[in-house]
Design a protein around this ligand. Structure first.
Ligand code: TYM
Length: 342
């Protein structure tokens, strides 16, 4: 089937709005998928939605230009592969909409050094990239606030690791609104119940991350079924042996959370289904559930990534629709600050 695109604007004015973004800093993981992307698809049916590939955020750590270019298009294709519809949602590449950088500069001037210094992601990343603790890494949450506030988003679907960044976006919006009168919608985070924090398969006390040097720690959304099965089967668990949710059972809790997201079963239902069964059986079931969850995504992705012309068309239409909304908010904010608009 040939990919086609409708060129009429995607948004209506009435529904509530959601926006979220993902960095193109590697192949996304099962954590990205269950914590964020899956909810994007569900919410996109109900809300006016905009989703972006946050390429400006990605350069806060050093990127190989050739790889970055490739990854931006891969993540764009992934957004379509998870089922987002470019005729219903605005799907765009962040750097294609200059208003993001422009509003970020303005918001920098309404954000305190002390607030940014407390951000845990900044503290973590300045340790893991100690040779490149740049100002962009420090101001990263302000750019993220600009992303959100430009679209007057009511709701931002993210994983639990982004909660602190959402709080700062709310603080910045409230501060600006209290100085200049109502300018920005104050956004709420939308954090799903089970997939909010998918943990590493090798160290279930740490978040599953695409930058994990041990590839056994994460499932990538494009992993082949055999690889997924192998990784889940070698997940670190405990020596106790029972499939139930409990303290000190981080590995099993994590696998139960993953299984719950893929099957819709509650923790109690899972515990009941696997009563008297060993971890081997449970891991096999989790592996199969993940394979089936990701299979349609991978198959659709493989088609889409070959059609670069279509992807560029989606990005162009997304940038046009996103710019219209973003520029309206940017102009409003600039006027309030006292700028003379061109
Ligand atoms: P990023 O690219 O690290 O991750 C994209 C989304 O995936 C979620 N996530 C997880 N959820 C559950 N378990 C995990 N192990 C896991 N790992 C990642 C993240 O919470 C996120 O929702 N700063 C953002 C990108 C961004 C953004 C924005 C998000 C830029 N501008 C505006 C929302 C709104 C980030 O680095 O996500």
């Amino acid at each position: 089937m040939e990919n086609t695109i409708n060129t009429s604007p995607a948004q209506t004015e009435k529904k509530k709005k959601i926006l979220s973004c993902i960095q193109p800093s590697g192949i996304p993981t099962l954590g990205n998928y269950l914590g964020a992307l899956k909810n994007w698809k569900l919410l996109s049916d109900e809300f006016d939605s905009a989703f972006a590939v946050a390429d400006l955020h990605a350069i806060t750590v050093r990127q190989d230009p050739q790889k970055l270019r490739k990854q931006i298009m891969e993540v764009l294709a992934l957004l379509l592969a998870i089922g987002l519809d470019p005729d219903k949602s605005i799907i765009f590449i962040q750097s294609h909409v200059p208003a993001h950088s422009q509003l970020a500069w303005i918001l920098n001037c309404y954000t305190q050094f002390g607030e940014m210094s407390r951000m845990t992601q900044f503290k973590d990343k300045s340790q893991s990239h100690a040779d490149n603790v740049n100002v962009g890494l420090f101001a990263y949450p302000v750019l993220m606030a600009a992303d959100i506030l430009l679209y007057q988003a009511d709701l931002v679907p993210v994983g639990a690791d982004q909660k602190q960044h959402l709080e700062i976006a709310r603080d910045i919006a409230n501060r600006f609104n209290s100085i200049y009168g109502n300018t920005f919608t104050v956004p709420d985070p939308y954090i799903g119940k089970n997939g909010a924090r998918v943990m590493s398969l090798q160290d279930p006390t740490k978040k599953m991350s695409k930058s994990d040097p041990n590839p056994k720690g994460f499932v990538s959304v494009f992993d082949a079924p055999e690889t997924i099965m192998k990784k889940i089967k070698s997940a670190v668990t405990d020596s106790e042996g029972g499939v139930y949710y409990g303290e000190g059972k981080d590995g099993i809790n994590n696998l139960m959370g993953i299984y719950s997201c893929c099957t819709g079963l509650s923790m109690d239902e899972i515990a009941r289904d696997f009563e008297g069964k060993g971890y081997g059986d449970f891991k096999a079931a989790v592996g199969e559930a993940v394979v089936e969850e990701l299979r349609p995504v991978r198959e659709r992705y493989e088609q889409l990534i070959k059609d670069q012309a279509y992807l560029k068309q989606v990005a162009a239409k997304g940038a046009e629709n996103a710019s219209r909304i973003a520029n309206r908010t940017l102009n409003k904010a600039m006027k309030k600050c006292g700028f003379v608009l061109p």
